[in-house]
Design a protein around this ligand. Structure first.
Ligand code: IPM
Ligand code: MG
Length: 350
């Protein structure tokens, strides 16, 4: 019986994760669920954002269903005790180097995007973001410089092995889709990016069927609002991927629609699945959150960790069908509550 670790976390995390779990249960696949605290919730309960028991459960599980972390009450804590430390810690501990963030515009949501409908129509892109390296995990600290000024530093670096494995995920993804891969870097300024670009070009030889382009990150940010539907797969480092994936979410109507998968291997391995929206403390506990990103994350869990493509498609189709019938939470311009939206999806689950 596959074991699913459920880590609801903070803010709207618990509200949306409940419904993702309901959808998985409704499929009747004989899954076992075990819940554990993480983030600010775990700090309050156990004094640490990532308790050893939570990490052990995540490691032993076949997949992790994750809500969100982050709570302004803990912003003043030292960095290792803040909720974010739990997310970065679990990514590193589980070796989740490949973050897959699809941005798909469901038909009918064109008007929900702040961009013009004709610009976002047909949007179907995947951002493949490296997740366990880059400036996120480099040496960081504070020092006093030679002029006596306080200085903060975070080292950006990638080794060729780290670049190689994530870029291959990008090529494999593109190969299965429209066969276009855009690698995003800042090679005109950063040496880390030049190495990245060199490795991409070396691997490209093995994928002659994939059309490869390179783009500087500033240009990519511009093209994402100018002609987002032209992109197929984007592969990029941790920091650039963080920024571009939030931007891409607006092309897809609402950040409340975007799921993600964080994987330690291309398929069949354990992985962590989470909506890309954060904990949204401003709307937490009000029943306003859109559960679709969490539900679509459950679909990705079925696809990548349980290798059950049919079940994944059923869930995605149910979300599409509910939207087609007009079901909308506030972020999509509607008035349904979190539970009502999830109910609408469950009703379409055939
Ligand atoms: C994300 C988030 C995290 C990140 C934060 C919460 C640490 O923004 O998953 O995109 O920067 O990776
Ligand atoms: Mg982010």
């Amino acid at each position: 019986m596959p074991l699913i670790a459920v880590l609801p976390g903070d803010g709207i995390g618990p509200e949306v994760t409940t419904h993702a779990r309901r959808v998985l249960e409704a499929l009747d696949l004989g899954l076992e669920f075990q819940e554990a605290p993480i983030g600010g919730a775990a700090y309050l309960a156990a004094g640490r954002p990532l308790p050893a028991e939570t990490l052990a459960l995540a490691k032993k599980a076949d997949a992790v269903l994750f809500g969100a972390i982050g709570d302004p009450r803990f912003e003043g804590l030292e960095r290792r005790l803040r909720p974010e430390a739990a997310l970065l810690g679990i990514r590193r501990e589980l070796g989740l180097f490949a973050n897959i963030r699809p941005a798909t515009l469901f038909p009918g949501l064109e008007e929900a995007s702040p961009l013009k409908a004709e610009v976002v129509k047909g949007l179907d892109i995947v951002i493949v973001r490296e997740l366990t390296g880059d400036v996120y995990f480099g040496e960081k600290g504070r020092r006093t410089n030679i002029e006596g000024l306080r200085q903060g530093y975070d080292v950006m670096s990638y080794n060729e092995g780290e670049v190689d494995r994530i870029v291959r995920v990008g090529f494999e993804m593109a190969k299965r889709r429209r066969k276009k891969l855009c690698s995003v870097d800042k090679a005109n300024v950063l040496e880390t990016s030049q190495l990245w670009r060199d490795v991409v070009n070396e691997i490209a030889i093995e994928y002659p069927e994939v059309q490869l382009t390179h783009m500087y990150v500033d240009n990519a940010a511009m093209q994402l609002v100018r002609r987002p539907a032209d992109f197929d797969v984007i592969v990029t480092g941790n920091l650039f991927g963080d920024i571009l994936s939030d931007q891409a979410s607006m092309c897809a109507g609402s950040i409340g629609m975007l799921p993600s998968a964080s994987l330690s291997a291309w398929s069949g391995a354990n992985g962590m699945y989470e909506p890309i929206h954060g904990s949204a403390p401003d709307i937490a506990g009000q029943g306003k959150a859109n559960p679709c990103a969490a539900i679509l994350s459950a679909a990705m869990l079925l696809r990548h960790s349980l290798v059950n493509e049919a079940a994944a498609k059923r869930v995605e189709a149910a979300v599409g069908a509910a939207l087609a019938k007009g079901a909308r939470t506030a972020d999509l311009g509607g008035s349904l509550s979190t539970t009502e939206m999830a109910d609408a999806v469950l009703q379409e689950l055939v």
